[in-house]
Unconditional design. Sequence first.
Lengths: 187, 179
Amino acid sequence: MKKAFELFFSFFKIGAFTLGGGYAMLSMVEKAVVDQKKWIPNDEFWDMIAVVQSLPGVFAVNTALYVGHRVAGRKGAFAAMLGAIIPSITIILLLATVFREFRDQPVVERIFKGIRPCVVALILAPSLRMIKSAKVTWKTAIIPIVTVFLIWWCKISPAYVILAAIAGSLIYALIINKKAKEKEVKP
Amino acid sequence: MIYLQLLWVFVKIGVLGFGGGYAMLSLIQHEVVEHYAWMTTTDFADMVAISQMTPGPISINLATYVGYTTAGIGGSLLASFALCLPSVIMVYLILKLFMSKKNNTLIDNTLKGLKPAIAGLIFAAGLSMMNLQNFPDFGRGQYNISVIICVLAFVASYFFKANPILLIVLSGVVGYFAY
């Protein structure tokens, strides 16, 4: 039980103080879990992160669940998850209430008129960076282009597009794996 | 009814949310703005700005905000937990199956193939937000301040990896003086 409390507070601190999403949080988790508490050895921690990264869902929550479960079973997983999300929920609830009161003030409206186009840029920029890091070539550029067309123009639900993309990628991965195995057999 | 809808929407996003917070943002945008019309596109932009500036995972922030505006405090808790529910099941299963990194080239290659599609998905969310609600001065007068803000923020973010919170604050200051 004591461990569950410790997990809760460790992830609460991480949830309350990390700005900039899941990956910014990672070094803080490493410091708390590996260096300070010594709950999990370093190599196992990074092995675990590699697995968690391939899962869908909230990265911070997945990490909290995994670390929590590894350290103190189901109770630990639950405690760590709550620790990771309670600061977010509390802060957003407070801000949303306040924002509702003040959003019609002319000053607030002026500020947000400036912020909205910036938000658009902040969504477009990482998507292009992702295309770069995925090493998209002229041939494979068709994938993001079709995705954009289906969602933005045809208004098809991104959920279906993701399901189709998973099916396509899986087939592609199976072909690659088969080819790799054939290469192993030949010589 | 609204609770069931929130539950369904956020469980779905928890299952299909590959590729981090921004990918989930585009899923949320489709459901919340286009499908259910719980929010206008300006509400959505404001919510993203607030979620970006506050600590914690951006998708949890968004879920809480959407839940709160549609169904109060109960809705906010429900949406956040619905988003986490698939994770709880998946992490538990993975721990039971003792999956390790080494024998997972298939999963790795699948995720690699998925990446360009996720990038397109996020780009589409950005495009959907390029409208007269978020760019109210577009085509009016000599200077389109909103377009200038968007271009400068894009250059700062894409080429110089500028801190998003700093960019939001600066744009707010520009908006205060320009409008």
